[in-house]
Design a protein around this ligand. Sequence first.
Ligand code: HEC
Length: 186
Amino acid sequence: MNRYKFTSVVAVLLVIAATSCDRDRKHPGWDYFPDMAYSNAYETYSPNEVFSDGKTLQPPVEGTVSRDALPFAYGTSTQERTRAGKELANPFEYSEMNLERGKQVYQAFCVSCHGEQGDGKGHLVTSGVYKYPVRTLVSDEMKGRPDGEIFHTISLGFGVMGAHGFMIQPEDRWKSILYIRKELQK
Ligand code: HEC
C-alpha cells in the first residue's frame, strides 16, 4: 500500500469514527446484526393469540406451591391459632447456629416493634412512629404461649400485627421463636 492510499484509508476511517458519534444522545444508533436485540420469543406481558385468554404469562397450574414453600393450613381466627398451638411443634433444637440465625431473624423483622429485650419497646414504638400498643414477648403469659401459636402469629399476623409469613421462611420463623425463648424470655 502506498503512502497516498494509506492516508486516504485513515481519513475515511476517521470520518466514519467522527460521524458515528452521537452528540446529543437522542438517536439510538444503527443496528448492526440486531438478531439478539429483537427477540422472536413472546415478551412476558405481551398479547398472545396461542392461549385462549390471550396472554403470554400464564398462571401456574392450580394447586401449585412455589419451591420450598410449605402450605400453612390454618385460618386466621383465634381458634385456628389455638389449634396451631396444639398441633405444631418447633422442629429445631437449641443449638448455637439455630439461635444465631433466630437472632438475625428477630433483629431484622421484630426488633423494630418488639424491642431488643422483647419488652415491646422497639424504636418504632419509642419514637412514636408506630401508634398501636405492641405486646411484650417476655411476660409470663407469653412464656406459656405454645410455640405453634407464636408461629401462627408470625405467619398470619395477630390483631393489628401484620402477617410476616410471606417474608420469612418457615425455618427462620421457628428459629426466631427459639431465640425469643432462650435469650429474651430467660
Ligand atoms: C410493625 C410492628 C411489629 C412487628 C415488626 C412485629 N410485631 Fe409482633 N406484634 C405487634 C403488635 C402491635 C402486636 C399486638 C397486636 C394486637 O394486640 O392486636 C403484636 C403481637 C405479637 C405477638 C402476640 C403476643 C400475644 O399476646 O400472643 C407475638 C408472639 C409477636 N407479636 C411476635 C412477633 C415476632 C416474632 C415478630 C418478628 C417476626 C413480630 N412480632 C414483628 C407489632 C409488631
